[in-house]
Design a binder for this molecule. Structure first.
Ligand code: AMP
Length: 214
């Protein structure tokens, strides 16, 4: 099964994708994660993407489509969760070709429907364990012992440089202008399923499970 998780930044795509990796063995294909890795390693792609990401704008369609293409085959057995891709009409068209070439097709496009103002609060408060990646939030999910990761005990935490209010507003505007318009195309194909993304992580997970098991 191949699915897209669609929704503005902070809608919970990454959290839900990670859960599907754990519960179903699906493969998460997050272009944001791939780009952050490229930036951290200082690859040519990373060097091109760094400033664009810091501004909250979109990296070129060619770069992100190439990243997906390189990793698509690793997901052929258990299925892929496209997380943060596609984000433009060109990327959606590229994905269709990539899947078609492999005899695969999209099963669902799951839209996480959220309130934008609440998202700014969600995003600007989030941080992760620098060692194991466990996610936390200043207001909604602090570690049980202050300064210590619940999962691995590390004392190192990090925040994404693009999780500040100004960049978040640009990321939202990019979503509205370039990503939301691809929904009607998937709608016409009968692929879109909507989930209330304002529920708890478990509630959203249950709604996604219901779609995947239907
Ligand atoms: P994300 O982790 O999905 O929020 O992505 C973080 C940043 O990486 C975005 O604000 C963009 O600058 C860039 N990015 C990630 N995925 C894409 C994509 N599919 N197309 C263009 N830019 C992307």
């Amino acid at each position: 099964m191949d699915i897209i998780l669609l929704g503005p930044p902070g809608a919970g795509k990454g959290t839900q994708a990670q859960r599907l990796v754990e519960t179903r063995g699906m493969v998460q294909l997050s272009t944001g994660d791939m780009l952050r890795e490229a930036v951290a390693k200082g690859t040519p792609t990373g060097l091109k993407a760094k400033a664009i990401m810091a501004a909250g704008e979109l990296v070129s369609d060619a770069i992100v489509s190439a990243l997906i293409s390189e990793r698509l085959d690793a997901s052929s057995d258990k299925g892929a969760i496209f997380d943060g891709f596609p984000r433009t009409g060109h990327q959606a068209a590229a994905l269709e070709i990539l899947l078609d070439e492999r005899g695969r097709k999209l099963d669902h496009v799951i839209e996480l429907v959220v309130d934008e103002e609440a998202l700014v609060e969600r995003i600007t408060g989030r941080f992760t364990c620098a060692n194991c990646g466990a996610g936390y939030h200043d207001k909604f999910k602090l570690p049980k012992v202050e300064g210590t990761c619940d999962v691995c005990g590390s004392h190192d935490f990090k925040r994404r440089p693009d999780d500040n209010e100004q960049t978040v507003r640009t990321r939202m505007a990019e979503y509205r202008a370039k990503t939301a318009p691809i929904l009607p195309v998937y709608e016409e194909k009968g692929l879109v399923r909507r989930v209330d993304g304002m529920g708890t992580v478990d509630e959203v997970a249950a709604a996604i499970d219901a779609i995947l098991d239907s």
